[in-house]
Ligand binder design. Structure first.
Ligand SMILES: O=C(O)CCC(=O)C(=O)O
Ligand SMILES: [Fe+2]
Length: 462
């Protein structure tokens, strides 16, 4: 986690505007030069001052000649001394359904153009609006009410032992502003996670077996997510076909991150979820329990000339959309989401306490880990550690390409080796070694020795 700000920036692809990490996901790789993009600097400032709106942050940045540290100092000073309140980014906003404004989506389901302008937040509540204007669908009152309460009660108990993630920012050790834990469906898988899987360049100690209520909800989540994936493809994608790199296989809920937000101030900053073990075009099922909070999303602005300012930096071209997530709602983040959008849980000015959870919100993000992306199969960096998978999003030339990268620089005290290679996937999002692994799996019993991927297969070194 230390690497994000304190280490020297290497010339590698893609800054990810991810400042406050979520469960087990790394801080972003940065793009290179000392002249970070305005977007990147804004993201940094946003993580340090989560209550301030983007316009305020931008003003401070401009007044400080682009220095994030100076801007941050000014903002801290004015927040503690100025009576002027800037509440734009931490209020829970209310707006009726967009349909009330007669803004209709096109016949293929997609909204014609972006509805939300730079610096603004559009609040969406109805499932129709949400699926028309974001890559998400939502199912309210998802589980039978008693089942949702039983699941919430079990997780409230679990959450008493959740921890924050420690990371370094400006050479200071900072704690992520919420707590979490990681779950898999069996003890054997938990053991495998602890000994084989790498997150932020290191192994994770706190891997738990899913609780009985989490396991009970799995088939319901799987059924709903698979149904929603098919509906999304049919109603929203060009020619009713799945996206390139999207897996055609049934989605399985075989791992889960559970996040706990205790009170209105706890949050998670803008980020995209790590694709290393999910593969390209991943779909995630996210079940919210307890206090209702705002899930904010914004489209990643590509580095096109139309958004370029005279100084070469990227303009903040779009505002954000806020999706209301009440108790017992299942949000499905579809295949467009992780590569093209970022998401966050914003701080709230006020929350309505929940009868069982009081001030807490519990969130389970069910994920589908792919066997062929287990760390024993993926490329290792020169440090000898399995690499992280990222997607290039901002640069025109490389947008949409995937890459394997060293991530050991996230470990305090380690610099990393800077390893990078392009990642290759077929149209179904499978790496070149997947068929071999599948064939091996079909032939031999489950507990036999795993097959290793050939060292030079996964992609070309550049
Ligand atoms: O709490 C949420 O709804 C989102 C959590 C999240 O983004 C994550 O776990 O990656
Ligand atoms: Fe996330």
């Amino acid at each position: 986690m230390d690497a994000f700000v304190s280490r020297k920036r290497r010339r590698v692809e893609e800054p990810e505007a991810r400042l406050v990490p979520t469960a087990l996901e790394p801080l972003p790789e940065t793009n290179a030069s000392q002249e970070e993009s305005t977007d990147f600097k804004l993201a940094l400032l946003a993580s340090l001052h989560p209550n301030l709106d983007e316009t305020t942050l931008l003003e401070a940045l401009l007044a400080s000649d682009g220095s994030v540290e100076k801007a941050s100092e000014c903002l801290t000073f004015s927040q503690t001394t100025s009576p002027r309140k800037r509440a734009a980014n931490f209020t829970v906003g209310y707006q009726s359904s967009l349909s009330a404004y007669r803004i209709a989506p096109r016949s293929n389901g997609h909204a014609k153009k972006t509805l939300v302008k730079k610096g603004q937040t559009l609040y969406l509540y109805s499932p129709d609006d949400i699926e028309a204007h974001t890559p998400c669908s939502i199912i309210h009152n998802f589980l039978p009410p008693q089942q949702a309460d039983d699941l919430l009660l079990q997780l409230l108990d679990e959450a008493t032992t959740y921890k924050s993630l420690e990371f370094k920012l400006f050479d200071k050790v900072v704690l992520s502003p919420h707590t979490f834990s990681f779950y898999v469906n069996s003890l054997a898988e938990a053991e495998e996670q602890k000994t084989e899987y790498i997150y932020d360049g290191r192994q994770v100690e706190d891997v738990r077996q899913s609780t009985s209520e989490m396991l009970r909800a799995c088939p319901q989540v799987e059924e709903a997510v698979n149904r929603e994936i098919q509906r999304r493809i049919r109603d929203f994608y060009p020619d009713g076909k799945k996206l390139k790199y999207q897996s055609p296989q049934p989605w399985k809920a075989n791992t889960a991150f559970v996040n706990c937000y205790d009170g209105p101030r706890e949050n998670v900053g803008y980020h995209a979820d790590q694709l290393t073990y999910l593969g390209p075009r991943a779909v995630i099922g996210s079940l919210s329990l307890g206090v209702a909070r705002e899930f904010r999303v914004r489209k990643i602005v590509a580095e096109d000339d139309e958004y370029r300012k005279a100084d070469g930096s990227l303009a903040d071209a779009q505002g954000q959309i806020s999706i209301h997530l009440p108790h017992n709602s299942l949000l499905i983040m579809h295949a467009e989401m992780q590569e093209e959008w970022k998401h966050s849980i914003a701080q709230a000015q006020a929350i309505d306490p929940h009868p069982l959870a009081k001030n807490k919100r519990l969130n389970i993000t069910y994920r589908c880990y792919q066997d062929y992306l287990a760390p024993r199969h993926t490329p290792k960096c020169k440090c000898g550690v399995p690499t992280v998978l990222r997607c290039a999003t901002r640069k025109k030339e490389s947008r949409g390409r995937y890459m394997w990268m060293c991530h050991t620089h996230y470990v305090p005290g380690q610099d990393g080796c800077g390893f990078f290679q392009w990642a290759e996937f077929d149209d179904d999002g499978e790496p070149p070694w997947a068929s071999k692994i599948k064939a091996h799996k079909d032939k031999v019993p489950q507990d036999a020795e795993p097959v290793e991927a050939p060292k030079d297969e996964p992609g070309k070194k550049t």
